[in-house]
Ligand binder design. Structure first.
Ligand SMILES: *Cc1c(COP(=O)(O)O)cnc(C)c1O
Length: 857
């Protein structure tokens, strides 16, 4: 490590928080009594034990020590899992001093802290990232080989924590990475699901979901902190009581409780000595449950009650952007939000902190509506527990929160029925009603006589059932509301929350999403990173705009050749992986055309499928000679929510088409389709660096931003895409000549919408008709026409996302792709310019924008 290791004398002598001072909501478990209650003058009491600077010898010694004394095995007897755990614990030692030092520094400095509240963190594997952050890769490689161990097999042993569905959860992971790299005080708060996103397998071409038991082989990156556990209430009723000052206050008399147990994860900055914390909550039964078990005649029933409490953090809901309104999900949301606010206010701030100054010390960023229940929770803490009057509490609360909206789909806007919310969180419902009453008064003052407007803007919807609109609550309370790409933020103002943006134009802002270049370039694409660093130095890793310095090299033939070699190497690496991982053979010397993202109708995997079938149809019908087809390998990756029937039918159809196309000698070597199961961050890191073509083909106005699109551009793939989400900004930055645009614009979509008749396109476009007919004939499903019907019928009679309307334009754009690909020099020039001009999409830049426009931290 280049950073000096902190010693006792360089560290502030801050005593640990006194564990005896606990709030009314903290359970008095035995764990509470284990706190550091002693005082000593020993110098090591206030500074970490110094970890010697890393050498290969030292690393080997620590590793073997972990193996012997941590795992309890000899090297000669150890399994790969033993070795992986010992290696992880070795790496974690090198981060620990920085973690302790960062924590101490944060406590001392009393700066504003970002509490990033997110129900999802799609972290990806930790070992590689942490080796990179500590710059220990080479030392670890050498140390493992000295032990006769292949480090690659240890890396492969790690099960990624899949605590998210897709883009939203991955964004949260990129953001905390950037904040650590920028040394911004941040605590990421979330849920430690025992089962993350399901593992996808295919049986008979159909998706089958397998539980993701990511913790089963041990989890070396987490640290449970029972002394920081928090009690969370549910259910019951409210009552009014008079307090000691004669004030009438409201009291919540809950029905049941659970304990939130925090697990801490290290979030290292990139080689800067900073390690921030991600704090994920796990639900446990309270001692009361244990007592109940002890005293109960019905032992089995009591144990069931315990299981009930622990169910809260059992599993991640696998719906991506279509919440189902399930009671357990609301329990999850309140659970982690209550734990997190309590943790910050009662266990992180100094005990004598004056909460009137809370907005100077805390900004809570709400990642979508999932944590919005934090707003009434903070009001409850301030008014009911801390004795603030309503107006002052509301003023504080409004200044603490900001809200990020992630969607444009109406069905994705979360609402909770009043019945359910009142049953689970009666006090919060009262608070929401009062917030709404006062807000609607404000609306009436601002726009007198417009009762329709009042009803439209109400946080409480009356139809189809009385329910709370969480996005509205977040907008009313938040100091800022942001969309996640320019187009999205504009549509948010104009279409999703127009009344609110009229009332508070300054509340609305944009922060275009980004991705961390550490994971998605440096770690995922070592070949490209080395080439870039050899050419312009390594400053780009933390200042991605410097990729601009590559621009002149786009015209340098030897650089282009080196760039092509990088791509080819990545393709070979991918081919080797898919061979062992999935038993798939992907041909070399072909264009790698990749569409990886959650399966959703609006993302239009069916449009890609129609393209494949049309290429295949061209050859088998004799219209095009196979030799005239640009050799192309299409790779899909996509999970469907288990209850999303049409999405699962689409997966089936992609697999069926892949089977047929890959087995047909008429297109052999010219067209192939690979659909490796279980697309996740680990696979993304291998797939994206190998891609030539990035498919970003959502219907305009539906994809809020996309981040996959950014990962591809930064790894030198060219995009074929619609004018949607951040594609708009990618195209503007890389230039029209280096981006394949197609499809309707958002206004064109809206104009077409009213009378949209998909069958008309089928009737009028012979190529589309032939494509759909071939699909519908059962050619890809062993003659079974029934098996194709759900997808075909939907396309012809509904096609809510207008794949047929954009089909012709998409095919034309694909022809432009083929023409461009035929000139390798021009193609790699464009690819290099994509890399050079995409520095804007670093999540470091997103974080700077949040800091400037929203957090002011
Ligand atoms: C980046 C990423 C996503 C988001 O992809 P989009 O194309 O933006 O939808 C989803 N899943 C994984 C595993 C990712 O890494």
């Amino acid at each position: 490590m280049s950073e000096p290791v902190p010693t006792a004398s360089t560290l502030p002598a801050q005593p640990p928080a006194d564990p005896a001072v606990v709030s009314d909501e903290t359970p008095s478990t035995d764990a509470r009594r284990i706190g550091p209650t002693f005082r000593t003058s020993h110098p090591l009491a206030s500074g970490p034990v110094v970890q010697p600077a890393p050498t290969v010898d030292g690393f080997v010694e620590t590793f073997l020590g972990e193996l012997n004394y941590g795992q309890g095995v000899l090297l000669s007897q150890s399994t790969v899992n033993d070795q992986y755990l010992a290696l992880a614990r070795t790496v974690r030692r090198y981060l620990m001093a920085d973690w302790l030092e960062t924590g101490a520094r944060r406590r001392q400095a009393q700066q504003k802290t970002v509490a990033y509240l997110s129900a999802e963190y799609l972290l990806g594997r930790q070992l590689g990232n942490n080796l990179l952050a500590t710059n220990l890769q080479d030392v670890a490689d050498a140390a493992m080989s000295r032990c006769g161990i292949d480090i690659a097999s240890l890396r492969a042993q790690e099960v990624e924590p899949g605590l998210g569905n897709g883009g939203l959860g991955r964004l949260a992971a990129c953001f905390v990475d950037s904040l650590a790299t920028m040394d911004v005080p941040c605590i990421g708060y979330g849920i430690r699901y025992e089962y993350g996103i399901f593992r996808q397998t295919f049986e008979g071409d159909r998706q089958v979901e397998v539980p993701d038991s990511w913790l089963s082989l041990g989890s070396p990156w987490e640290f449970p902190h029972p002394e920081r556990q928090v009690l969370v209430h549910f259910g019951g009723r409210t009552e009014e009581v008079t307090d000691e000052n004669g004030r009438v206050v409201c009291r919540w008399v809950p029905d049941w409780n659970v304990v939130g147990m925090p697990y801490h994860y290290m979030v290292p900055g990139h080689r800067n000595g900073v390690v921030n914390t991600l704090r994920l909550w796990s639900a446990k039964a309270t001692q009361a449950f244990d007592l109940q078990i002890f005293n109960s005649g019905d032992y089995a029933e009591a144990v069931r009650a315990q299981t009930f409490a622990e169910n809260i953090s059992k599993v991640l809901y696998p719906e991506d952007s279509t919440p189902q309104g399930k009671e357990l999900r609301l329990q999850q949301q309140y659970f982690f939000v209550a734990c997190s606010l309590h943790d910050f206010i009662d266990n992180t701030l100094p005990h004598d902190f004056d909460l009137r100054r809370l907005p100077e010390r805390l900004v809570v960023q709400l990642n979508d509506t999932h944590p919005v229940i934090a707003i009434p929770e903070l009001m409850r803490i301030l008014v009911d527990r801390k004795g603030f009057d309503w107006d002052e509490a509301w003023d504080i609360t409004k200044r603490c929160f900001a809200y990020t909206c992630h969607t444009l789909l109406p069905e994705a806007l979360e609402v909770w029925s009043v019945e359910l919310l009142g049953r689970l969180l009666p006090r919060h419902l009262e608070i929401i009603y009062r917030i709404n009453e006062e807000f609607l008064e404000e609306v009436r003052e601002a726009f007198p006589g417009d009762e329709m407007l009042v009803r439209r803007m109400s946080v409480i919807a009356e139809h189809p059932e009385r329910s709370v609109r969480m996005a509205y609550l977040a907008t009313v309370a938040g100091s800022k509301v942001n969309g996640v790409a320019e187009l999205h933020s504009q549509l948010l103002r104009d279409k999703v929350l127009p009344d609110f943006s009229r009332m508070w134009p300054d509340k609305f802002t944009n922060v275009t999403n980004g991705i961390t270049p550490r994971r998605f370039v440096l770690l995922a694409n070592r070949r490209l990173s080395d080439l870039v660093t050899d050419t312009i130095g390594d400053g780009w890793v933390t200042d991605l705009d410097r990729l601009r310095e590559l621009e002149p090299y786009a015209d340098d033939a030897s650089f282009r050749a080196a760039f092509r070699e990088v791509k080819q190497g990545n393709k070979e690496r991918l081919a080797a992986l898919l061979r062992v991982r999935d038993g798939l053979e992907i041909p070399q010397d072909s264009m790698l055309d990749v569409m990886v993202k959650r399966l959703h109708e609006y993302k239009r995997q069916t449009l890609k499928l129609l393209h494949i079938v049309s290429l295949y149809d061209d050859v088998v019908s004799g219209r095009v000679a196979a030799e005239d087809l640009t050799p192309r390998t299409v790779v899909f990756g996509a999970k469907a929510a288990p209850g999303y029937h049409l999405a699962k039918e689409i997966i089936f159809l992609v697999n069926a088409v892949a089977d047929t196309v890959n087995a047909d000698p008429r297109v052999a070597g010219r067209l192939s389709v690979a659909f490796p199961a279980n697309y996740n961050v680990t696979l993304a890191e291998k797939l994206i660096p190998a891609a030539d073509l990035s498919e970003q083909i959502s219907l305009a106005g539906k994809e809020a931003s996309g981040t996959g699109n950014m990962k591809f551009a930064l790894n030198g793939a060219l995009t074929i895409g619609t004018d949607d989400g951040a594609n708009v900004e990618i195209r503007r930055l890389v230039g029209d000549d280096h981006f394949f645009l197609f499809g309707m614009t958002e206004p064109e979509v809206e104009r077409l919408r009213p009378g949209y008749t998909p069958s008309m396109y089928y009737e009028e476009d012979a190529r589309l008709r032939s494509t759909i007919d071939l699909l519908a004939s059962g050619h890809f499903t062993g003659g079974d026409r029934q098996a194709v019907a759900p997808v075909i019928d939907n396309l012809l009679h509904q096609d809510a996302f207008m794949a047929l309307a954009d089909f012709r334009s998409y095919l034309d754009a694909q022809e432009r792709v083929e023409a461009a690909y035929a000139d390798p020099d021009a193609w790699s020039r464009s690819a290099i310019l994509n890399v050079a001009r995409s520095g804007f999409f670093s999540s470091d830049r997103s974080m700077r924008d949040y800091l400037d426009r929203i957090w002011h931290a």
